[in-house]
Design a protein around this ligand. Sequence first.
Ligand code: CMC
Length: 431
Amino acid sequence: MAKKTATLTLNIDDETKCMDLPIYSGTVGPDVIDVGSLLSEGLFTYDPGFMATSACRSSITYIDGGKGTLMHRGYPIEQLAQKSSFVELCYLLLFGELPDGQQYTHFESRIRNHTMVHDQINNFFKGFRRDAHPMSILCGVVGGLAAFYHDHMDITVKEDREISAIRLIAKMPTIAAMSYKYNIGQPFNYPRNDLSYSENFLYMMFSNPCEEYKLNPVCAKAMDRIFMLHADHEQNASTSTVRMAGSTGANPFACISAGIAALWGPAHGGANEAVLKMLDEIGDASEENIQHFIDRAKDKNDPYRLMGFGHRVYSSFDPRARVMKETCDEVLTELGMADEPQLKIAKRLEQIALEDDYFIERKLYPNVDFYSGIILKAMGIPTNMFTVIFAVSRTVGWISHWHEMLSDSYKLGRPRQLYVGSSQRDYRSKK
Ligand code: CMC
């Protein structure tokens, strides 16, 4: 596979050694150097946060953070968000190509026919406190799904992997909506298979037995777009977690549950919830007040950060944030909320930050989560459900990476460490 090599000269303890390391080229993007043979010299590389490490090869998603490019299977996210749908994107991510008419109909009907969860799952919910964070419910219930599908969980069989993927994509909105209904003490809604994926999710969230729920097409479209914009993002923390768990041979439901747990943190999927909390905390849209929070974010002695700003990979702009901002304007206009103070604060924060040297020098731009929370809130979705919605969308990305890994040759994920603890010492009791 490697056509090029890099020569590494090691100068250790006055001994010089040269090693030829293979270089691999991807379709686009930077080359990677295979450092595996360093092990034969008793050396490991050191790269906390995996800033310069490719842990796998993948053909699902490509990001060029410098140019603000995000492509799924070669298609730019902007085009997909404008012209495709979440279900079509799921097919693309899972199988590598856009579906033709027949493939789409077959795939969509498979998803529709797996939306319901086993009735015994309802009992899981009763074990949670009413005020449990829906992410904790999601982690538990998704992991628990493994108990229901012993028949099709052979991870070495492609058809079993596919049916697990379909089950997960189809059931995530149902479990997500159930976790919300449980929180607010309303009865669960069964999925309605006459509705589209996104409509069905909104229906299960907001319908109740006492009154008819009227679906708003602008909100349903926005929901679909939010699902699309979060569907995959190559080797981010939660996807890497899913791959790591998958590399042990764990079942798909356990792996996705691990991904959900990793997504929960505020530096990752928890950021959309954190943005809304930040906007609430800022509260007043006056210039002095907004400047006060900008100053706090810039202060080295204050751990405060502007949530929804910055990204490990994007250094020019987050292409998802642009589409999200457009969608935000559409939804708030449709709902007659264009003058919402939170939207005003968000826009002003963005403007100040984009003109401020601190943010310019550090290449800190609004990320996908900066506007998504405002849209979700306007649609009536409570803050603690934001990361749950991210997890619903990202499930297809996680399961596509898991499926890709298992379809290729792979190794058990097992990083090494730089040990900085005590050297060997003899036991002497201190009691
Ligand atoms: N507000 C203020 N300063 C910031 C921010 C921020 N949001 N983000 C980074 N910085 C500063 C940071 O203090 C550091 O400054 P200095 O060089 O003077 O020490 C510099 O920028 C680099 O920061 P870093 O923490 O080394 O960068 P990172 O790549 O490790 O962090 C990040 C990326 C996303 C964790 C971080 O930007 C952050 O905490 N942002 C807020 C949380 C957020 O919005 N996360 C959602 C990410 S998008 C959704 C997803 O893909 O999961």
